[in-house]
Each structure stands twice: as structure tokens, then as C-alpha cells.
Design a protein around this ligand. Structure first.
Ligand code: NDP
Ligand code: 8X3
Length: 264
């Protein structure tokens, strides 16, 4: 399999939602894509169903530094010259206020959204620097900028992503590596289902009353950052549903999660 004409893009969290659509779009745009996540079956389907380019499934947990190192060291030759990293893997757990939250959920969000992103970046950035060009796109969230009830630790992990993106950019200045952050609002993916521990009914209720973003909208924003000429660094793109008014609120809808503030 020859390397894609645009180079190799690593997309974390490629087994569903934004990551899946980003992987598909970048493949269509000429990248070879390393699709990384934990669910092997989903990644296999993504790779098998892709007819426009090459997608390599890589099963790894972003929290597992050793497993990640092994996975990236063992990439086949055509996928080794990484030029793009999309730090997308992430999750939220629960919707309750901080005072009734659980340490286990907090740790899972911090370990995935913060440490996981750092683990992958720590392995990929030196490769980008040594090739003298590249692009990192970190997926943030409007939750980082606009508080809503129950957002607490999740929102704070995304504020870390926003601030790290700015600092990454400063550290990488002069290396030819660009850094962007894409911060979406409410989008219908598996995100809310994970947040509600698999309860699809509660997850669906969250989107009643507005048309959420589609994963493709976010994929297009990511691809647009990558497509700018080398002189342009897109620092930040924030996008949300037209009917969303910051936080989780929307015209005529709730500003707190269904069930109220104690909805864990
Ligand atoms: P999904 O739940 O659909 O996708 C999350 C992806 O992250 C999955 O592919 C999942 O794969 C992967 N993932 C989770 N934990 C790990 C891990 N430990 N190691 C490797 N991969 C992992 O949600 P979205 O597509 O919506 O979320 C993608 C990103 O977008 C997240 O960072 C989220 O915070 C952010 N976001 C989401 C918004 C929304 O409203 N949907 C809005 C703003 C930002 P697997 O389980 O197979 O490992
Ligand atoms: C997820 C977006 O608004 O559901 O990052 O918190 S929101």
C-alpha cells in the first residue's frame, strides 16, 4: 500500500463520531490514515468499508503509554512518516454537580482527555519536528469556554486542551509544525451515550429541541485547518448548532441536563 499523496495522518478516537468521519474525510482527501482506538471491530469495519484510500486500524488505548509506543513503533513503512496528528479521543462521564461526582469518573476523563492526549503528542511531535513540517489538530469543546451545569471536570479537561494548543504552538514555532484547536458544541455522536453510561434514551433527550452538529461538520472544520497554505496557522475554530446559545442551553430548551442538576 503506497503512502497517501498528502502524507500520513494519525486520528485518535477513530472508531466512532468525529474521529470516524475525520478518518474517512482525510482518506478521501489523499492522506493515509492511522485510525487509532480501543474497539478493534469498529476500526476493522472502518478500514474494510473505506474505498477511497488507505486506513490502517491500530488498536490502542491512549492512556497506555507502553501500548501506544509499541503500536507507533510497529507501523508498517507506508504509515511511518506521520505529518498530521488529530488528537480527538476523549469522553465525558456523568452530568452531576462536582459535589456529588465520583473520583473514578474524574480520573477517567483526566486520564483520557489530558494524559492520553499528552501521551500521543509526546510520541508523535518529535517525528513531526524531525521531518520539518506537520500539523496537530486538537479537538477541544465549547464546554471549555462556556460553563454549564454538570460540565465541571469534563469542561476543565477541555480548557486544558485549549490552553495546551496555544502553548504547543509557541513551543513548535520555527519547526514547521502548525497547531490548531477545533472546539465544537453539541453534536450527535456516541458522546452523550458514553456520558450517560450507555443509556440511549437519556442521551437522545439531550438533543430534543435543536438540530445538533453532525460529525461531518466537525470533520470539515478539521480538514479546512489542514488545507490552508503553510503561511496560515488556524489557531482556533469554534462551531456550534445555530440554535445553541452557549453552554448546553438552546432556544426554548433546558440549560441544565434532563433530570436536573443532580443527574449524574
Ligand atoms: P464518540 O464517543 O462518538 O467518540 C469518542 C472516540 O474516542 C471513540 O472513537 C472512542 O473509541 C475514543 N476513545 C475514548 N477513550 C479512548 C481511549 N482511552 N483510547 C483510545 N480511544 C479512546 O464521541 P465524539 O466523536 O463526540 O468525541 C470525540 C471528541 O470530541 C472527544 O474528545 C469529545 O470530548 C469531543 N467533543 C464532543 C462533542 C459532542 O457534542 N459530541 C462536542 C465537543 C467536543 P473506543 O471507545 O473504541 O476507544
Ligand atoms: C461536548 C460539548 O456542549 O455537550 O464537548 O459539553 S457539550
Amino acid at each position: 500500500m503506497a503512502q497517501g499523496e498528502r502524507g500520513v495522518a494519525v486520528v485518535t478516537g477513530a472508531s466512532s463520531g468525529f474521529g470516524e468521519r475525520i478518518a474517512q474525510l482525510l482518506s478521501r482527501r489523499g492522506y493515509s490514515v492511522v485510525a487509532l482506538a480501543r474497539r478493534a471491530d469498529r476500526l476493522k469495519t472502518l478500514a474494510d468499508e473505506n474505498s477511497t484510500g488507505s486506513i490502517l486500524p491500530v488498536v490502542a488505548d491512549v492512556r497506555d503509554q507502553e501500548g501506544l509506543t509499541r503500536a507507533l513503533d510497529e507501523l508498517p513503512p507506508d504509515f511511518r512518516d506521520i505529518s498530521v496528528l488529530i488528537n480527538n479521543a476523549g469522553l465525558s462521564r456523568g452530568f452531576g454537580p462536582l459535589q456529588s461526582g465520583s473520583g473514578e469518573s474524574w480520573r477517567e476523563m483526566i486520564d483520557t482527555n489530558i494524559s492520553g492526549l499528552l501521551n500521543v503528542s509526546g510520541l508523535v511531535l518529535p517525528r513531526l519536528v524531525s521531518r520539518g513540517s506537520g500539523h496537530v489538530v486538537n479537538i477541544g469543546s465549547i464546554a471549555a469556554s462556556y460553563p454549564y451545569m454538570g460540565g465541571n471536570v469534563y469542561a476543565a479537561t477541555k480548557a486544558f486542551v485549549h490552553q495546551l494548543s496555544l502553548n504547543m504552538r509557541v513551543d513548535l514555532q520555527g519547526t514547521g509544525v502548525r497547531v490548531s484547536c477545533v472546539a465544537p458544541g453539541m453534536a450527535k455522536t456516541e458522546f452523550a451515550k458514553v456520558r450517560y453510561d450507555g443509556d440511549e434514551q437519556r442521551a437522545d433527550a439531550l438533543y430534543q429541541g435543536l438540530e445538533p452538529l453532525a460529525a461531518d461538520d466537525v470533520a470539515e472544520a478539521v480538514a479546512w485547518c489542514l488545507a490552508q497554505p503553510p503561511r496560515v496557522n488556524v489557531n482556533m475554530i469554534e462551531l456550534m448548532p445555530s440554535e445553541q446559545h452557549f453552554g448546553l442551553g438552546f432556544a426554548g430548551g433546558p440549560t441544565a441536563p434532563p433530570g436536573g442538576a443532580d443527574d449524574a
